[in-house]
Design a protein around this ligand. Structure first.
Ligand code: ATP
Ligand code: MG
Length: 371
């Protein structure tokens, strides 16, 4: 998407409510047609950021640009945005048709054109024939579709979605996810979707912004965010991560925990840490291997302390008797066929491999990285 021109640019935006800083120095940009997800725990500032972009809230500091133009002082009506709010807020006394037509009528479009367009939109969101129902007569998923149709009716250049699927059950959610993505791609609308559902962000977005207490913790593709989380917070928020505390840097690519030595390739900035520095190592459960070349590095002896069956895989708790300083247990996710093949049962002793290219290194807090 990098070859597309920038549509939206948010530069150093902060928002303060009284004594409380809800957003702090947020900067990112969105290319035209890009789908960006804003992900973070409850209260981290997602809705506030969306409202600032929409023009519903004025930032305390910083600038919002649309197509290179500073729109910070522009009201919502001048920003060409379509919005689906967190509670999708349909007008209860209007039918689905009337809800969708609302913005079009306000634009002063002739009635026949509005009617034809609303028919198209109803079809587009899979609600053909349901136009006469009131919101109370529609299911949650159907109401969500009406909200979406209402937002795209005015042909926005920017679509802002605030947890549009949060009220729905898993099945409907999954279906609508795919439909929203398809629709967004077909119409080519730059879209920013707030969610606190990691799976939603990973499956739908071109890029994810992770927010932690009003600050941007990471901006990257779903792959980058999952594979190379910038901090333990991001690593923990998206997917699960084993943390091995209390390790010490011995040299570039070599770390120690007690008597155990671990080799790590492809370090993230940790090559700048001085030897002797305390670090936290991390590895995803699915990256821990239970078979491999006996001569491979990072081969540890472990005991199976617990097994949890998950259908296609097992979650296996591994106790590392030789390791010290909190590296005592790791959780691995192992495909069920591999568990069967290796005849793994509780209390089995087995070798565990931590692939050199799958371990991450995080400087412990307070450690200054020397540049
Ligand atoms: N108008 C306001 N006045 C004072 N504080 C506010 C206001 N709006 C939001 N906040 C505070 O700012 C913080 C961020 O709120 P925001 O609604 O952006 O969170 P969020 O990430 O959308 O959370 P959720 O996932 O629960 O929707 C919260 O602590 C909230 O209490
Ligand atoms: Mg919110």
């Amino acid at each position: 998407m990098n070859d597309k021109p920038t549509y939206l640019q948010v530069q150093n935006v902060s928002k303060v409510f009284g004594q409380f800083t809800a957003l702090q120095g947020i900067s990112f940009s969105a290319a035209r047609g890009e789908f960006i997800s804003i992900l973070g725990p409850s209260g981290c500032g997602k809705t506030t950021l969306l409202r600032v972009i929409a023009g519903l809230e004025r930032q305390t500091r910083g600038t919002v640009f649309i197509e290179g133009r500073d729109v910070s002082a522009f009201p919502v009506s001048r920003r060409k945005v379509g919005i689906v709010f967190q509670s999708y807020a349909l007008f209860p006394n209007l039918t689905a048709r009337e809800n969708i037509a609302y913005g079009l009528k306000r634009q002063g479009k002739p009635r026949s054109a509005v009617n034809a367009h609303v028919d198209e939109l109803l079809d587009l969101v899979g609600l053909g024939g349901m136009g006469r129902k009131h919101p109370a007569q529609l299911s949650g998923g159907q109401q969500q579709r009406v909200a979406l149709a209402r937002a795209i009716a005015v042909a926005p250049d920017l679509l802002l979605l605030d947890e549009p699927l949060s009220a729905l059950d898993a099945k409907v959610r999954q279906k609508l996810r795919g439909e929203i993505r398809q629709l967004q791609q077909r119409l080519g609308i730059t879209t920013i979707m707030v969610t606190h559902d990691q799976e939603e962000a990973l499956t739908m977005a071109d890029r994810i912004l992770v927010i932690e207490q009003g600050r941007l913790a990471q901006d990257g593709t779903p792959h980058e965010i999952y594979d190379k989380p910038a901090s333990p917070f991001v690593a923990n928020f998206i997917g699960t991560m084993n943390f091995i505390e209390g390790a010490t840097k011995i040299d570039n690519g070599l770390y120690g925990i007690g008597n155990t030595r671990l080799r790590i390739s492809g370090e993230n900035g940790s090559s700048r840490l001085p030897a002797g520095c305390r670090v936290t190592l991390a590895i995803r459960p699915e990256d821990i291997l239970l078979q491999g070349d006996p001569a491979a590095p990072n081969r540890l002896n472990a005991r199976v302390a617990g097994m949890e069956y998950r259908g296609s895989l097992f979650r296996i708790d591994l106790c590392l008797p030789n390791a010290t300083h909190g590296a005592g247990t790791l959780t691995a996710e192992v495909p069920t066929h591999a568990v069967r093949h290796l005849a793994i049962t509780p209390d089995t002793n087995l070798p565990v491999y931590l692939p050199v290219d799958r371990l991450r290194v995080y400087a412990n807090e307070g450690v200054q990285v020397r540049i």
